[in-house]
Design a protein around this ligand. Structure first.
Ligand SMILES: Cc1ncc(C[n+]2csc(CCOP(=O)(O)OP(=O)(O)O)c2C)c(N)n1
Ligand SMILES: [Mg+2]
Length: 374
């Protein structure tokens, strides 16, 4: 017997939970302008997220997947991308999207049940949300293949959750990306849970990053709550991809501080002590203490930023709530040139509901109250 293959998986962290910076941190760690920009977006996303959950609770938004705790993973990845790269999200990467210029009112429009929310004014080639788990991985590989065929200097960046890495589409996508040396970056946000399934039950593998080995591509683990490390590692992967050096799989370790979605109650399956411990490692806290050590942050600036973010979020909510609703016809308009009889009937029924003329005993006019798409 002889060893024919060996591998190791590296883990990257610069800023630990206490906000202490490791030796050998990249110049980004002292680039106060960039750090403040990332902190600002992370704070904005948290304000947006809190508001979105409240909107759902008061019947003004459909099912919503909170990104609480994922701010560094989301903002760090987007900050490493170039504007012309293509972001392919799952359903909770709002931090990446807002960084890339997707309007908060647009995000609310979609999660309020209106598909016009997929029509971004900025980052127009970025993909909309993807609820069928792992299918977006194939889109990510396909987009990268198109870029390669066209000889473009750009890459796709595709997100996936820990649970998603158990799906066939995950393996198919990284295999293709490896075989064709595609300009693709895949980011696993390992938040410890796939709804009620903990990572220990999800897989026997020691790291999710090592799944890259079977695809013949580099895999690396990063502290997903350390925005400096996430941005640094993603920058390296994006640079490699854009140079034609092939794909990378990044596993960002973080924690889902909220419920899976607003349709979930995590207290039914998850120990509160685990959540409490995770709050001590959350991403804003450590960046804030780092900024304070650099003497570019204090309580007054924190208060001013929170007030500014609250105003921005309120303005987005106003824009969302005051926009005219689409007609129910729009659900049917682009399906068939000549709708089959059944659909034509459904369109009529929907019109009757919209006008309040429906059969007695059935609720109607739920407005923006979407159903559980998960
Ligand atoms: C193909 C498919 N199977 C099942 C589901 C139901 N589902 C929605 S989210 C989810 C768990 C996903 O967990 P993970 O990939 O870890 O992402 P997270 O929600 O933690 O970000 C499942 C099973 C789905 N949407 N699509
Ligand atoms: Mg998960």
């Amino acid at each position: 017997m002889k060893t024919v293959a060996e591998f190791e998986i590296k883990y990257c962290q610069f800023l630990d939970a206490a906000g202490s910076l490791a030796a050998g941190a990249p110049p980004l760690a002292s680039d106060t302008a960039e750090l403040l920009k990332m902190y600002r977006f992370m704070t904005l996303v948290r304000a947006f997220d809190t508001k979105a959950v409240n909107l759902q609770r008061t019947g003004k938004l459909g099912t919503y997947a909170s990104c609480l705790g994922h701010e560094a993973a989301h903002v760090g990845v987007a900050a490493a991308m170039h504007p012309e790269d293509v972001l392919i999200p799952v359903y909770r990467e709002f931090g990446s999207q807002i960084w890339r210029g997707v309007k908060m009112s647009t995000i609310l429009t979609f999660w309020g049940g209106d598909e016009r929310g997929c029509d971004y004014t900025t980052a127009r080639e970025d993909f909309p949300w993807c609820v069928p788990i792992a299918t977006q991985m194939l889109h990510g590989a396909g987009v990268a293949m198109a870029m390669k065929i066209r000889g473009q200097k750009r890459c796709s960046v595709t997100f996936i959750g820990d649970g998603g890495t158990s799906e066939g589409a995950f393996y198919e996508a990284i295999n293709l990306a490896g075989a064709r040396a595609l300009p693709a970056v895949f980011v696993i946000v390992n938040n410890g849970w796939a709804i009620s399934v903990p990572i220990e039950q999800q897989t026997a593998t020691k790291t999710l990053a090592q799944k890259a080995i079977a695809a013949g591509i580099p895999g690396v683990q990063v502290d997903g709550n350390d925005v400096i490390a996430v941005r640094h590692i993603t920058s390296e992967a994006v640079t490699r991809a854009r140079r034609g050096e092939g794909p990378t799989l990044i596993e960002a370790l973080t924690y889902r501080l909220g419920d899976h979605t607003t349709a979930d109650d995590a207290s039914r399956y998850r120990d509160q002590s685990e959540v409490k411990e995770a709050w001590g490692k959350e991403p804003l806290l450590r960046l804030r203490s780092h900024l304070m050590k650099l003497r570019v942050w204090d309580e007054a600036r924190e208060g001013a930023l929170k007030a500014e973010c609250a105003r921005e979020v309120e303005a987005a909510v106003d824009e969302y709530l005051s926009a005219p609703k689409p007609s129910t016809d729009e659900m049917f308009d682009h399906l068939f040139a000549n709708p089959p009889k059944g659909l034509a009937e459904q369109r009529e029924v929907a019109r009757r509901y919209a006008n309040g003329h429906h059969a007695a005993g059935h609720g109607a006019g739920h407005g923006r109250n979407g159903s559980d798409g998960h």
